[in-house]
Design a protein around this ligand. Structure first.
Ligand code: UD1
Ligand code: CA
Length: 454
């Protein structure tokens, strides 16, 4: 038995008021359609199709990595018409699962429950009871409480309008039967659309029962039609993320002010996170790491007992155990710090390794460098790594002491245990264990007088 999942994603999303197709809007840095894909990709023996239309080329381009078959619906003539586009891909014995590209938070367990109800004798329908059912198709049940049809809001009678059990649009049915019903759809309704929902009444006429299941939580089946709904679902998603973090032993000073826009391949225990911290990409964070307020942590590998002080940014960088970073530090891609390193305020490190116990505490730029262990780099030191065309390496060997406000003009090597006098511009390699400085002699002019105003 094979599942064929059809994700309907051709709608225009007019109410987003956006140049971007609706399904490319994001929750936690991931396109709505990508979320739907991720959930359905967890089902076994499943082939996924996306019905695209409005702005479809951009959708295909931005989500080219998804393992799906793309099917165009050139004109959007309704949900039934959308499914009709896939008919040639469906076999009699397939189980066809219909999902929506703009309903991102559906859970796999909900799909499992739904799929358990499909057979030749029954169509599985996901419904939900909403206090305010406005806009949704209403689930009409007969006296025996069996579902007999779905009525769209615009076609509903006053009595049907009061029904609070609504159609989520998500359903599963057998391929052969679906093909038969699709061929019989008409657009004879208030919106002159081919309604997929009309297959419910046909199924009942063909002697099937409609088996309704409900999601655990209504947020799972909410769609995104405007920016308010997008923001609401972002919050719902974030609440799930932070709860999971806390379940895994992370302290969040305020769970409402931490955002997780990615994954953790490693997450230790007793990590402490202050407010306004954003995790992006994939992070690996070991035990006892403390992260101060307002930090951006993206694709970082952070070892145990590291302290990241407020307002620091770490991106594609590796931080060894017991390091202290910040406040206001920036570790850029390929910064690689060994254990016990201190990186202080307004220090930027790019594509550089820094050895054990080295300290770069104030106002520095270190780029394309190899910094040894036990090195101390004084305030305001910069590596001049770029001549406007090419980049060059700076090597600072173990135990070197770089005086404040030094420029190291790469390519250049500072020898082991060398000392560089403050304010130097170093353009040539400096010998080990010696003092090197490039500084004009200090003079004082005794007879000098300040100018006076003319
Ligand atoms: C549909 C259901 C309604 C249900 C509601 C749940 C029908 C007729 N109605 O209504 O019972 O309560 O969803 O949100 O099915 N789409 C296409 N091609 C089209 C039309 C739509 O791909 O030609 C896609 C949209 O991108 C969207 C989904 O189908 O992802 C639903 O379309 P939408 O227009 O939002 O359906 P509703 O009228 O809200
Ligand atoms: Ca809708």
């Amino acid at each position: 038995m094979k599942i064929k999942t059809l994700i309907l994603a051709a709608g225009q999303g007019t109410r987003m008021r956006s140049a971007l197709p609706k399904v490319l809007h994001k929750i936690a840095d991931r396109a709505l359609l990508h979320h739907v894909y991720d959930t359905s990709a967890q089902l076994e023996n499943n082939q996924i199709f996306v019905i695209y239309g409005h702005g479809g080329e951009l959708v295909k381009k931005q989500l080219a990595q998804l393992n799906v078959t793309w099917i165009e619906q050139a004109q959007q003539l309704g949900t039934g018409h959308a499914v009709q586009q896939a008919v040639s891909y469906l076999n009699e014995e397939d189980i066809v699962l219909i999902l929506y590209g703009d309903v991102p938070l559906l859970k796999k367990v909900t799909l499992d429950n739904l799929l358990a109800n499909v057979s030749e004798k029954s169509l599985a329908l996901l419904t939900v009871t909403l206090p305010n059912p406005t806009g949704y198709g209403r689930i009409v049940r007969n006296e025996q409480q069996n579902i007999c049809k779905i009525v769209e809001q615009k076609d509903a009678t006053a009595a049907q309008m009061l029904i609070t059990e609504v159609n989520t649009g998500i359903l599963a049915t057998q391929g052969g039967q679906l093909k038969n019903w699709l061929a019989r759809l008409s657009n004879n309704n208030a919106q002159q659309e081919y309604y997929l929902t009309d297959i419910i009444e046909m199924a009942v006429q063909d002697g099937l029962t409609i088996q309704a299941t409900q999601p655990q939580n209504a947020d799972e089946v909410l769609g995104v039609n405007n920016r308010q709904q997008l923001a609401h679902l972002e919050r719902v998603f974030q609440l799930e993320q932070v709860n999971r973090l806390m379940d895994l032993g992370v302290t969040l000073r305020d769970p409402a002010r931490v955002d997780v826009r990615g994954t953790f391949t490693k997450l230790g225990r007793d990590i402490e996170v202050d407010v306004n911290v954003i995790f992006a990409g994939d992070n690996q964070i070991a035990d006892n790491v403390k992260i101060g307020a307002n930090c951006w942590i993206e694709n970082a590998v952070i070892a145990e007992n590291v302290e990241i002080l407020a307002n620091s940014i770490i991106e594609n960088a590796i931080v060894g155990a017991n390091c202290r970073i910040g406040p206001f530090a920036r570790l850029r891609p390929e910064a690689n710090l060994a254990n016990d390193v201190h990186i202080g305020n307004f220090v930027e490190i790019k594509k550089s390794t820094v050895g054990i116990g080295s300290k770069i505490n104030h106002l520095s730029y270190i780029g394309d460098s190899l910094v040894g262990s036990g090195v101390n780099i004084g305030a305001g030191t910069i590596t001049c790594n770029y001549d406007g065309v090419n980049k060059f390496q700076t090597i600072i060997e173990d135990g070197a002491f770089i005086g404040s406000d030094t420029q190291l003009v790469a390519p250049v090597t500072v020898g082991k245990n060398a000392t560089i006098g403050a304010g130097s511009t170093i353009t040539k390699d400096t010998p080990a264990a010696q003092l090197t400085l490039s500084r004009s002699k200090q003079v004082s002019i005794a007879a000098w007088q300040r100018p006076t105003k003319k």
